[in-house]
Design a protein around this ligand. Structure first.
Ligand code: ADP
Length: 681
């Protein structure tokens, strides 16, 4: 067996010289005893006999050290040699060293180990230092890119997204980062400006306010956007600032204060189409960008272009979509206005139709009227849901009641189509925390669909059960069924299947509303069907409450109030609506009068007090809120009821807190009028 030669001193020296990191040994006097080639190459003071880590005065001003979070490490924490004398080793300390004079920065991993003699005294120390700059920088750039991509999916708001991107660069890859974009009217607008200290941002803002670009003058950013070419100043020197022509002395001072040391400005765009500019700068950290950095950020700016372009397209589409929603909202709102006088006229006709000769016509009118009201309400609701404007008022309510009410209302429609509609439940009471009106709306939509999409002779079954404190409500029909393609889109707003066109008289929004309502109640909705003509089953789940918190349902009004001598005033700028209600009230025997503006009402009340006033909210000049404010300021104590075109929960609350006694949603029927008058008079 051949023996390997044992390691001799020469071989050991060669081995140490082959290493890429620096190795030193030092004695009790801090003198370098030995240093390998790498150490001597990296550090002038590494020759044997030189002093190591002996900080001259001012050393730590020139040589600054930072931890991974980019916080400056105080000099006393850097005394690794002194610690070694006491027998304390330091292992793999990761620090960034910045030479503030040479403007270089490097990442170092330092290890310092004492070797003790037999008496336990310090004999000599070994110092190993490894340069990690390249690896560290690559890591930082990679992290920057990865985080950058993440932002894309988290937030869709354009400006927010750019700000977040700029934030990612600071402080690892820049002290300053700003993003400018070209707006549709060709102005350059800053979308993001980031620095770690807000005070510094203030400094820039002040500078820009004090010294805006003069007419004809072009800033570097404007130039980069115009030419589409990036600009790179590796080292900003005082001489460069001094050489800029036409600067006032205090302006020059203000620039010095920014301490800029290295700047990259890049176009965000492709040749011929620049969407903006990305600026990165090192300042007080006194670092300098390299060609490598310039290339990296040039590529990044190209990615940014793609992102910006997509974001712009997305925003454009969203904006268009939004204006469509707003249009639909105002359309349905406007279309609801004529409903008020139609409804009161219908009610009036019903009262006058004592011998029932008009019954068939009235029935048609009433049926079509409620259909139209429901469509308009749904349309208005959908647009408001999409825009996040709906809030629900949750109260403990009896769900079985709500369902019973809905089924009763739809039973005749089902019977007419010879459809068997039944409810099966595993207990008598189900208390849920819900908004009664909204829940009713959701169930009505589901059952209406089931009736609509089930041919005559079919069957609809509602089952209500409880599992693990979860209420499970199923609406099952034997209708046209749903194919898998339809299923994927069925809850989208405005979606309607083309397959069942003749059954389809709606707007494709009913299910979307159900979906939104269920989710506002912390519930879920799913759909199942075995396909064409195999029927459908919608399943809603929502949390169940403890039964003890149940509330009683409101009693239904039964008959109209008897005539009284009480004076009722209706104020609405829609004259037909006001007149319609007055005629209805008069037919019921009330002393009613219509006025068409808030001002007329106030003049009237000065002369003659009323017993109750109904005031429309949306009126020109003086709206309902102005009227109630004036009435309450004058200390009139009469009940005042707000009338609005749309019954939002938040509207209702707003009306009550403004001083209204009650709130009604147009169109108002005789039953609601009766209930309100009875309650308030
Ligand atoms: P609309 O009923 O106004 O068309 P919805 O949003 O309520 O709008 O429903 C969207 C689509 O979902 C309908 O057009 C229909 O194709 C399908 N759909 C809804 N309910 C059922 C059902 N019970 N059976 C079969 N298809 C249904």
């Amino acid at each position: 067996m051949k023996h390997l030669p044992s390691v001799d001193v020469e071989m050991l020296g060669n081995m140490l010289d082959a290493l890429s990191f620096s190795v030193y040994t030092f004695d009790r006097e801090r003198r370098v005893m030995y240093s390998n080639t790498a150490a001597r190459k990296n550090q002038a003071s590494a020759e044997p006999g030189s002093f190591i880590g002996a900080a001259e005065p001012g050393h730590f001003d020139v040589h600054q050290y930072f931890n991974e979070a980019r916080e400056r490490i105080p000099p006393e924490d850097l005394l690794i040699i002194d610690r070694a004398f006491k027998g304390i080793p330091t292992r793999e300390l990761l620090i960034e060293h910045r030479d503030m004079v040479k403007r270089t920065h490097q990442w170092l991993e330092v290890t310092c180990v004492p070797v003790m003699d037999e008496d336990g005294e310090f004999s000599y120390g070994i110092l190993v230092s490894r340069e990690l700059s390249l690896r560290k920088k690559r890591e930082e750039k990679l992290r920057f890119l990865l985080e950058s991509m993440k932002i894309l999916s988290i937030t869709m708001d354009f400006k927010d997204r750019l700000q977040r991107k700029a934030e990612l660069a600071v402080p690892a890859l820049a002290d300053w980062c700003s993003i400018e974009i070209v707006t549709s009217d060709n102005k350059i607008e800053r979308q993001a400006l980031v620095h770690r200290e807000p005070a510094k941002i203030q400094l820039i803002r002040e500078y820009e306010k004090l010294y805006p670009p003069q007419p004809g003058e072009e800033t570097a950013t404007q130039r980069v956007i115009r030419t589409g070419k990036g600009e790179f100043t590796p080292l900003v020197t005082k001489e460069m600032i001094d050489a800029v022509p036409n600067l006032k002395a205090e302006q020059r001072e203000a620039i010095y204060k920014l301490e800029l040391s290295s700047i990259i400005i890049l176009p965000i765009g492709i040749p011929g189409k620049t969407l903006g500019a990305l600026t990165l700068a090192y300042a007080e950290s006194n670092r300098a960008y390299t060609e490598d950095d310039f290339t990296f950020f040039t590529e990044f700016a190209q990615h940014l272009y793609v992102i910006l372009d997509n974001a712009r397209l997305y925003d454009e589409i969203r904006l268009r979509d939004e204006s469509k929603d707003i249009f639909l909202a105002s359309l349905s709102h406007e279309l609801r206005n004529p409903l008020a006088p139609i409804r009161s006229s219908l009610e009036l006709l019903r009262i006058q139709n004592k011998d029932s000769t008009l019954d068939p016509e009235l029935q048609v009118l009433e049926h079509q009227f409620s259909h139209m009201s429901r469509l308009l309400n749904d349309l208005l609701d959908t647009t408001r849901f999409i825009r996040g404007k709906i809030v629900v008022q949750l109260n403990p309510i009896e769900l079985a009641d709500v369902m019973q009410h809905v089924v009763q209302a739809l039973r005749t429609v089902a019977e007419k189509k010879n459809i068997d509609l039944s409810v099966v439940s595993d207990r008598t009471s189900y208390i849920v925390n819900a908004d009664r009106t909204r829940l009713e709306q959701a169930f009505t939509n589901l059952l209406n669909n089931a009736i609509k999409f089930t041919p005559p002779g079919g069957k609809i079954t509602v089952t209500i059960t409880v599992e693990d404190q979860q209420l499970i409500l199923k609406v099952r029909d034997t209708g046209v069924g749903i194919t898998s393609e339809e299923m994927a889109r069925i809850f989208e707003p405005y979606y309607q299947s083309e397959r069942v066109q003749n059954a389809n008289t709606g707007l494709g929004i009913g299910l979307r509303l159900v979906y939104e309502i269920v989710h506002l109640h912390n519930g879920t909705i799913t759909v199942a069907s075995e396909g064409k003509d195999m029927g459908s089953e919608f399943t809603i789940t929502m949390p169940l409450m403890a039964a003890s918190t149940a509330t009683q349902k409101d009693a239904e009004p039964e008959s109209f109030p008897t005539a009284t001598t009480k004076k009722v005033i209706i104020v609405d700028d829609n004259e037909a609506a006001a007149d319609g209600l007055v005629r209805l009230l008069k037919a019921l025997g009330w002393d009613a009068q219509a006025l068409y503006s808030g001002r007329d009402l106030l003049i009237h009340l000065e002369k003659e007090m009323a017993d109750i006033v109904f005031v429309d909210i949306g009126m020109p000049e003086m709206d309902g809120y102005d009227v109630i404010e004036e009435i309450r300021t004058r200390n009139y104590t009469l009940p005042v009821v707000a009338l609005t075109g749309y019954g939002l929960t938040e509207d209702k609350q707003e009306a009550l807190s403004a001083g209204f006694t009650a709130h009604l949603t147009k169109p108002i029927g005789a039953a609601e009028l009766k209930a309100t008058l009875e309650e308030l008079l």
